[in-house]
Design a protein around this ligand. Sequence first.
Ligand SMILES: O=C(O)[C@H]1O[C@H](OP(=O)(O)OP(=O)(O)OC[C@H]2O[C@@H](n3ccc(=O)[nH]c3=O)[C@H](O)[C@@H]2O)[C@H](O)[C@@H](O)[C@H]1O
Length: 454
Amino acid sequence: MGSPPDTSKTTKLERYNSYLRRMSSAKLLAASSKVLFRATLLATVLLIILLTLHYPFSLSYISIFSYSSPSPHRSLLSSFSDSFGPAWDRDVRRSATPRRDAGLSVLVTGAAGFVGSHCSLALKKRGDGVVGLDNFNSYYDPALKRSRQALLTRHAILIVEGDINDSSLLTRLFATYPFTHVLQLAAQAGVRYAAKNPHSYVASNVAGLVSLFEVAAKSADPQPAIVWASSSSVYGLNEKSPFSESDPTDHPASLYAATKKAGEAIAHTYNHIYGLSFTALRFFTVYGPMGRPDMAYFFFTKAILAGKPITVFRIPGGKDVARDFTYIDDVVKGCLGALDTAEKSTGTPGGGPKTGPAQLRVYNLGNTTPVPVVKLVSILEKLLGVRAKKNVVTMPSNGDVPFTHANIRLAARDFGYQPTTDLSTGLQKFVKWYVHYYGIKLKAEAGGGQMAAA
Ligand SMILES: O=C(O)[C@H]1O[C@H](OP(=O)(O)OP(=O)(O)OC[C@H]2O[C@@H](n3ccc(=O)[nH]c3=O)[C@H](O)[C@@H]2O)[C@H](O)[C@@H](O)[C@H]1O
């Protein structure tokens, strides 16, 4: 018999092979876990991007703008109008639902605008439901509009991005939520710009208005009550002072004024035929924090701080041009008062006959104290601590009127409108906001205790 084969080497080899096999499967497992982890991460990121694009408001509660930042960039959160779907519907309903008994649910057009953003916040703060609509056009710095949007987002107010000329978007909004009121503030503003871009006034202030009224009359169920921004400019070259709502408005001095006057006539028609409830508010040169950069008090401030000249208009013959400058908080109170006292529309949804006459009102929302523009400049000089370089010229005849002065008796009687902010106090609040927003430091100059921009 031969000796048994020596298996010790074979056994060692097998053990070694099995060790190698175990090692490589462990490595394989580790490697595949890594791949799996990376793939999951990538999928999650892709999912977040997709969700952000399709359901922007769901993520927009995360604030990505700073209220005080001068140039927030347009974000992925802004495109709502083409994002219809269950999440969009839910976001609209959530934003529109009041949080108090008998609260209003208001569609605020122009919600990223000056008056629109302030009104939206005031409504939301007292428990009303608010959905904004804004086209974020570039008539003035859209970054400021995005900043206002960010502020509204932080208060859980949704702004849908879209235009009042987009009837299908409006129809969809009313189908999604039965808004009780519309605060129609979307408009092409500015008196002098009308000479440069006349068609933009017709597009927003006439065509856009008709588009909104059509949907409100024929698609909305129930029909909302509509409160909307007319303008002191409808008084045009009126010489009687103060201006009362019953004064003639037959001499508009600008295309802007003419389109606002047209708006009042159009509102009359929709009230007469379809029973829509209307309240027109004639705003008198509204100013304040988060204001419009195209307005004189705003661009004067910028120019004065930059040491650049400003042009101050005078009436031929040397009289001062004056405005009934009205502070934003006073105007907001007027808007809310008008909404609170607006009666229901009386039309039949679908555009059928009205069941009775509907409310049709017009109110001045002014301050009642006209102030010469030269006085406004001297207040700014004091607040900024910088002397303005003034070019005083005769007022060009491209839309401006010599003066405005509101009689507010009707608004006081019907909803207690009572402005309480004088121009100095209001401009002080504006300057405080302005320097904060644009990151400007006003510092004391050596000697004289004068202030200057750093
Ligand atoms: O209540 C309104 O219905 C309108 O108010 C506002 O128009 P206005 O009252 O014209 O405000 P704004 O331009 O700030 O000029 C203020 C003053 O500065 C004078 N002004 C203006 C420019 C200039 O370079 N120099 C100057 O002296 C100018 O002559 C005027 O006396 C809104 O813009 C408008 O959208 C509308 O709402």
